[in-house]
Ligand binder design. Structure first.
Ligand code: I3P
Length: 123
């Protein structure tokens, strides 16, 4: 029964509160505005929620969806005064900075997202 339910849920690789700043939308630069987001990594997307509670199947609960297929991820030390910042650029030209004070957490997320991007390229 448990695995039957899991079939209809996206596979969640990681979930955690991370600081996120969207600095560009479809190639258009945006004002940098850091916000603490409940961040969920699935097998092909990064889901950004304002609140942890919004992970429930509420319509409009997802604040933003980052498509990882064709995206690029890199450390972005020069783009912020904060430490452990990496950037995701989507294939539609949106740019997200992601940051957390724990370097091990940042490494874990950067590696996991990179893996997701690499596996999505192959299919
Ligand atoms: C920005 C805000 C950001 C800061 C950014 C500032 O000011 O302080 O936190 O980025 O620096 O411009 P405002 O709120 O007035 O837009 P970091 O925290 O990542 O350093 P930046 O312009 O050098 O990117």
């Amino acid at each position: 029964l448990v695995s039957g339910v899991a079939l209809f849920e996206p596979l969640v690789e990681l979930k955690e509160h991370l600081n996120v700043a969207k600095i560009s939308e479809s190639g258009k630069k945006q004002r940098k505005n850091w916000a603490l987001m409940w961040t969920v990594l699935t097998s092909d997307q990064l889901l950004l929620y304002k609140d942890k509670q919004e992970t429930s199947q509420k319509p409009g609960g997802k604040t933003d969806v980052v498509q990882l297929c064709g995206a690029v991820i890199e450390w972005a030390k020069e783009k912020s005064s904060r430490k452990n910042v990496f950037q995701i650029t989507t294939n539609t030209g949106s740019e997200y900075l992601i940051q957390t004070d724990s370097s091990s957490t940042a490494n874990k997320w950067c590696d996991a997202i990179r893996k997701t991007i690499n596996s999505s390229v192959r299919t």
